[in-house]
Design a protein around this ligand. Structure first.
Ligand code: CBY
Length: 430
């Protein structure tokens, strides 16, 4: 009785707040499909040393309807090899579930239900850490959003009240150094939209109050994402645009048509593909679904996964590598490590070197001052410590990369350095 009462209220709210379930999508037209080939080639031809790097790629390929048995096997192997998945962060496990669970029939998804229970635990550990460490999760809100999304899509347990309280726009975890993280906001919108849909469809129960809050949070996040739209149509930067597009696709009833010119965003992204912006497989994986008009919420719709590949005419030639010049010319850069004091040196590296090469050269010059450690992330190498001083999520500390005093927008493995540049790794707080 009480339940049906709640549902009727929810139904009323639905019709008053969401006049239509319209989903505005703009996508690459058939004539332009070949412009996506570099993305698909990058994803298919890259070697994935760790299974988890492949998760994002597999997920993306499945969404646009491309099968890749190889990658799928690699991931399944990883799942069998370490059954407890102790070394995975919550978001990595969520991605694994999304990738393996995508486009399956219901009996197959059942096989992975133990992964979903592991994720429930990891999500709780994130929340516990926030309680103990001044609201700082073990990882970050991008990963918490992935957690909620995977739990929501694959029938895991989570408390709606907890989710409602976590994802308010005011929460500091949406910001890094005062700057709103579009990637994080977009992933949160996708997660909240999934939760909202389940409530509306009567698959999850909640009260009117929570439902109203979820709507309001989504609304403010969408507004904030739109406020990060640049003149050329990118939202945040080139790397956050794909996920921002997905968020805007599923939330079109929260903004007016004239607030976002989707076609302009699409055109700008398409122009960036041949310039090599998406050479990192994860970058390609995160942009492709949106370009094909897909979102992570389509993952459990079988029909959506099957279509698409028939239309994409994929040519899987090896990516054309730029032939290195026979005699490398060298460039000189200035490199510093800044903690309180600044430690500097000049470094000579071959032209075309990346930030990491400079750090390695500096380390050879002075091990005590310039030694550092890296871990492999889905975007490539990530610096975890310099001079033995370790980044710590509980304290929101990290090693920031700068060029000529401005933060760079790529990681150490991708950022190509230039002659005369002033590079710095700085002990910072986000
Ligand atoms: N993924 C994650 O957990 C990462 C989430 C993410 C929001 C991510 C960007 C977005 C995405 N789409 O994946 C993110 N970065 C986070 C959370 C962080 C923080 C990591 C610590 C934590 N609490 O988890 C932190 C410290 C604020 C951070 N990113 C730092 C950096 C710098 C790394 C420097 C280093 N020590 O190696 C750097 C290089 C910025 C700088 N100038 O110092 C940085 N991030 C960049 C550039 C990026 C973009 C990478 C783009 C690229 N082509 O390489 C990014 C896509 C990303 C990865 N960060 Co962070 C953001 C963007 O530009 N749109 C889930 C997991 C399962 O994969």
């Amino acid at each position: 009785m009480r339940q049906s009462h709640q549902l009727s209220l929810v139904g009323f709210l639905l019709f008053s707040l969401i006049p239509s379930q319209l989903c505005t999508i703009c996508e690459v037209s058939k004539e332009n499909f070949s412009r996506l080939n570099p993305l698909i080639n990058t994803m298919i031809n890259s070697k994935y040393s760790k299974g988890i790097q492949a998760a994002n790629v597999l997920l993306s390929l499945k969404l646009v309807g491309i099968q890749n048995q190889n990658l799928e096997q690699q991931l399944i192997q990883q799942v069998h090899d370490n059954e407890e998945n102790k070394d995975l962060t919550s978001g990595q496990l969520a991605l694994l579930i999304l990738a393996l669970g995508a486009c399956q029939n219901s009996d197959e998804t059942f096989v992975y239900s133990y992964l979903v229970s592991q994720l429930e635990k990891k999500f709780q550990e994130e929340i516990k850490n926030m309680e103990v460490h001044h609201g700082n999760p073990l990882t970050n809100y991008y990963q918490l959003s992935l957690d909620v999304l995977a739990l929501c899509l694959f029938n895991g347990n989570y408390s709606i009240t907890e989710v409602t309280n976590l994802f308010t726009l005011e929460n500091k975890n949406f910001y890094f150094g005062g700057q709103f993280s579009v990637d994080t906001g977009a992933m949160a919108v996708l997660a909240l939209t999934c939760v909202k849909k389940r409530i509306v469809n009567g698959q999850t129960e909640t009260d009117e109050e929570n439902f109203k809050h979820i709507n309001n949070h989504t609304q403010s996040l969408v507004k904030k994402i739109l406020s990060e739209k640049k003149e050329n149509g990118l939202i945040g930067n080139i790397f956050s645009t794909g996920e921002a597009m997905q968020a805007l696709f599923v939330s079109s009833n929260y903004y007016n048509k004239n607030e976002w010119n989707c076609q302009q965003t699409l055109d700008t992204v398409l122009k960036e593909i041949p310039r090599g912006a998406f050479r990192v497989p994860t970058a390609a994986a995160q942009i492709l679904p949106a370009l094909m008009g897909k979102t992570y919420l389509d993952l459990t719709k079988n029909s959506s996964c099957a279509s698409g590949s028939g239309n994409l005419n994929i040519s899987t030639q090896e990516p054309v590598s730029v032939a290195p010049t026979s005699s490398p010319s060298y460039i000189l850069v200035h490199y510093s490590v800044k903690i309180n004091e600044t430690y500097s040196t000049n470094v000579t590296v071959p032209k075309g070197s990346v930030f990491l090469d400079v750090m390695e050269e500096a380390q050879k010059i002075n091990e005590a001052v310039f030694r550092f450690t890296v871990v492999e992330s889905s975007w490539g190498p990530y610096i975890t410590s310099v001079q033995g001083l370790k980044a710590n999520n509980n304290h929101r500390t990290y090693w920031e990369l700068l060029s000529d005093n401005k933060p760079v927008s790529q990681g150490v493995g991708s950022y190509v350095v230039h002659n005369g540049e002033k590079l710095e790794v700085r002990w910072s707080k986000y």
